[in-house]
Design a protein around this ligand. Structure first.
Ligand code: FE
Ligand code: CA
Length: 514
């Protein structure tokens, strides 16, 4: 293990010079530990700025990331050019032990719709340089935006080569739909949907995650990956969480094991604090006890209005015992809910004349999951919107018949595209479900039984079982979704190619696959 960069002895020796801020350590560099080993990130772009993030961790997997238990000042700077000749903003932030020495700076006062560069310094150590774009000015005319949907990055299932390719894309921002970490214990073997055991590519350190130190260490291990760091350094992310940031298929204060709610909330508090600490999100998302504000909005000029939903924290428990199985009457429970009333109000007011985008975690399309012709009854994934029929129908009704509503989703570890139809069979939105960066391993073009699924789900137009991400090219008269897939993720050097291009004409809730 490497040495910590800071020592209490050196800080105490210099204490006389620190009367203005006696509790804050001045950095003294000790060779051997890069305080910026976890890289940098930017997020939540607005017309006047974005958040920049880092976390000091010279010994990323060690206790407290190798940091002394004291606040540490970190200098940051933002420039208009990658050489920092034209500095436009700089300041000092405090990396606090209460937050794992993570630093979140909300940079403001920048110009709209252009790239900026940022970096951090502590002592003589400097971070790598990150880049992020600001959003266009509110209401300004915007002709085009490219956004990628990414998520589900089980570290053990594959290499993050897709992130290396993502770093090279020309994007306004990246939407992360969650499963940034997975909470299970480290494994050398994984068992896929087909029941076949396969060797993991690399193993998580440690047992199942329960407390804050556990979650922090897993984020640190994940963020050591240079391909992931490259993607963060090149693009601002809008980061959300799904289930595995805490526990498989959790909702509200419930888990799959029937743990008492007050105990689930303790774990949720640890997990969501760690999510905050490792995500480039605004101070509005600082946790308050087990509660966190994750739902938010980003408007891209007059082109696109993104509402990022939180489908976990306020949701009632999955009906019918969860899992993949035939629906039971409980899916029609009138009192079930997926999002809270504040999000429902936000969702019920899609502005006219602008693409309205619901970027969220779980599938909104209905889907009969049968892959064999002899299975008698439709099979449902009970961790999706269609298992909550009443709030789903209310949500779709509240879209008011708008014809330019897009849903961006993840979670499934497969690519899907199709129409979100209401109970009357009317297409209320188009949904692009993005696969996974790694979860599920190499995959294949079509999982066995895909023909049965396409036949049983006429609103489903695309199905694919490879890893990768979706790039949405949003234009005034149409939406083009490119399904980018990896030929492999379990060995280095995986190649990226376009598996399908799905287009949606503006004003028509229909899609064509090319
Ligand atoms: Fe996942
Ligand atoms: Ca998930």
């Amino acid at each position: 293990m490497s040495q910590p960069i800071l020592t209490r002895r050196s800080a105490l020796a210099g204490a006389g010079a620190l009367l203005a801020a006696p509790a804050i350590l001045r950095a003294q560099i000790v060779p051997g530990g890069d305080p910026f080993a976890l890289g940098v990130a930017a997020g939540d772009p607005a017309p006047d700025g974005f958040v920049i993030w880092t976390r000091l961790a010279p010994d990323p997997l060690g206790a407290h990331g190798g940091m002394p238990m004291a606040p540490v000042p970190v200098q940051w700077e933002v420039a208009a050019d990658p050489r920092f000749a034209q500095a436009v903003a700089r300041g000092e932030a405090i990396a606090r032990p209460e937050l794992g020495h993570a630093v979140h700076v909300e940079v403001g006062g920048l110009s709209p719709d252009r790239p900026y560069y940022y970096r951090f310094n502590v002592g003589r150590e400097r971070s790598l340089t990150g880049r992020a774009r600001t959003a266009p000015a509110a209401g300004s005319r915007v002709d085009r935006l490219r956004v990628a949907s990414v998520g589900c990055q089980h570290y053990e299932d594959g290499l993050y080569t897709a992130y290396r390719h993502l770093a090279a894309e020309d994007l306004g921002f990246v939407f992360h739909y969650g499963d940034y970490i997975y909470e299970g214990r480290g494994r050398t073997r994984r068992i896929d949907y087909d029941g076949v055991p396969r060797a993991t590519v690399r193993a998580y350190v440690g047992d199942e995650l329960y407390d804050l130190a556990d979650y922090r260490r897993r984020y640190a291990q994940t963020k050591l990956d240079p391909d992931l760091q490259a993607a963060h350094a090149m693009h601002a992310f809008v980061t959300t969480f799904d289930d595995h940031e805490l526990d498989n298929n959790w909702t509200g204060d419930g888990d799959q094991d029937g743990t008492p709610p007050e105990i689930v909330l303790l774990r949720r508090q640890a997990a969501l604090q760690a999510w905050y600490e490792h995500s480039p999100v605004r101070a509005a998302s600082l946790p308050r006890g087990p509660a966190i504000t994750m739902a938010r909005r980003a408007v891209w000029g007059d082109l696109a209005d993104f509402r990022f939903l939180d489908t976990r924290q306020f949701r009632s428990r999955p009906p019918c015992g969860d899992g993949f199985r035939p629906a039971c009457p409980e899916v029609n429970a009138p009192g079930a809910h997926i999002i809270d009333s504040a999000q429902e109000r936000m969702a019920a007011l899609p502005a006219a004349g602008i693409w309205t985008v619901f970027a969220q975690q779980i599938m909104m399309m209905t889907m009969d999951r049968r892959r064999k012709v002899d299975e008698p009854a439709p099979i449902m994934n009970l961790d999706t919107w269609s298992a909550y029929a009443a709030p789903r129908e209310r949500f779709l009704h509240n879209l008011n018949g708008r014809r330019d509503v897009i849903v961006l989703t993840g979670d499934e570890h497969q690519n899907f595209a199709g129409e979100v139809r209401d109970k009357a069979g009317r297409a209320a939105a188009i949904e692009f479900v993005s696969t996974s960066i790694t979860s599920g391993g190499d995959g294949q073009d079509l999982r066995p039984g895909s023909d049965v699924m396409l036949a049983n789900n006429p609103h489903l137009k695309l199905i694919n079982d490879q890893r990768g991400y979706v790039v949405s090219d949003i234009e005034r008269d149409g939406w083009i979704a490119d399904y980018m897939v990896m030929d492999r993720v379990t060995t280095p050097g995986g190649l990226l190619s376009r598996r399908a291009r799905v287009t949606v004409p503006r004003g028509e809730a229909r899609l064509s696959v090319g």
